[in-house]
Design a protein around this ligand. Structure first.
Ligand code: B1M
Length: 209
């Protein structure tokens, strides 16, 4: 139908003002917020797939995600926290000593689009901060990003601290970032590695199934 198709189209074009207007109009016209949310998520999924195929680039993804978040801000108050169902809870951050956050933000956005609740700790996150957040939020998945060969070792240190605290078996660990390889993930005892944000979210969905 028309309004939902337009929301999808404008989201993919990153036209946040249009997406905002149409989301408000759809709600005023009696659309179920769930239908609108599904439309937004599907549109973001299309963006993720195009990004994966190199059909679009980081700036397009970032402006689409901004439009997504603006629409989400309008819808969020309507979601009853008692009935809100998430696929699962993800704690995400860039490791200690590392300030690169573009990739991490993309992963976060794809997770949100997929239906996860995401607790974003930010950048330069110590082993202790990751472990405390996993404990506090009872996270299903810990997602760590590193862009520097000098900081990727902090993923290993975080996994070690989780083991020391007896929490390792309670959480699945997903890692990524330019210098990371599946071999490295195996070596340090992480559960999963993916090369890009879209497949990180797909992988996370599989983990929860
Ligand atoms: Co930096 N930097 N940087 N930098 N920087 C790199 C990473 C570098 C490769 C550039 C180079 O020398 N060719 C190099 C690292 C070398 C190495 O260790 N191998 C480098 C360096 C050396 C540095 C500094 C040390 C430079 C200096 O000061 N001398 C310094 C370190 C600062 C610090 O972190 N302590 C530094 C600083 C910076 C800026 C602040 C200027 C800026 C960061 C801005 C920001 O993030 N807000 C910056 C940038 C922009 C880059 C490059 C140019 C681009 C990184 C980026 O955002 N890519 C980068 C060179 C390059 O990669 N071409 C470089 C786009 C982004 C979408 O990709 O983050 O790889 P990426 O994410 C991908 C995947 O990796 C994956 O998904 C995304 C795609 O879908 N992914 C995950 C990422 N996290 C994931 C997590 C997952 C799954 C997938 O699961 C949890």
């Amino acid at each position: 139908n028309n309004t939902l198709n337009e929301i999808s189209k404008y989201l993919q074009e990153g036209q946040s003002i249009k997406v905002r207007e149409l989301t408000i109009a759809a709600l005023d016209n009696g659309y179920d917020y769930k239908k609108i949310l599904d439309t937004l998520i599907e549109a973001m999924d299309i963006i993720g797939k195009k990004f994966k195929k190199n059909a679009i680039y980081v700036p397009e993804v970032l402006i689409a995600s901004r439009a997504f978040n603006i629409a989400l801000d309008i819808i969020s108050p309507l979601i009853d926290p008692n009935t809100r169902t998430y696929l699962g809870k993800v704690v995400i951050g860039t490791v200690k000593g590392d300030l690169h956050d573009i990739g991490k933000n993309l992963v976060k956005m794809m997770f949100t689009g997929m239906g996860f609740e995401v607790i974003d700790l930010g950048v330069d996150i110590s082993e202790r901060q990751f472990v405390d957040a996993v404990k506090e939020h009872e996270a299903d998945i810990l997602a760590m990003s590193a862009l520097l060969t000098t900081t990727m070792v902090n993923m290993k240190n975080t996994i070690k601290l989780l083991e020391v605290e007896g929490l390792r078996d309670q959480v699945k660990i997903l890692i990524g970032g330019a210098p990371i390889t599946s071999n490295y993930a195996r070596t340090i005892g992480a559960d999963y590695y993916t090369t890009d944000a879209a497949s990180a979210a797909e992988m996370a969905k599989e983990i929860m199934n």
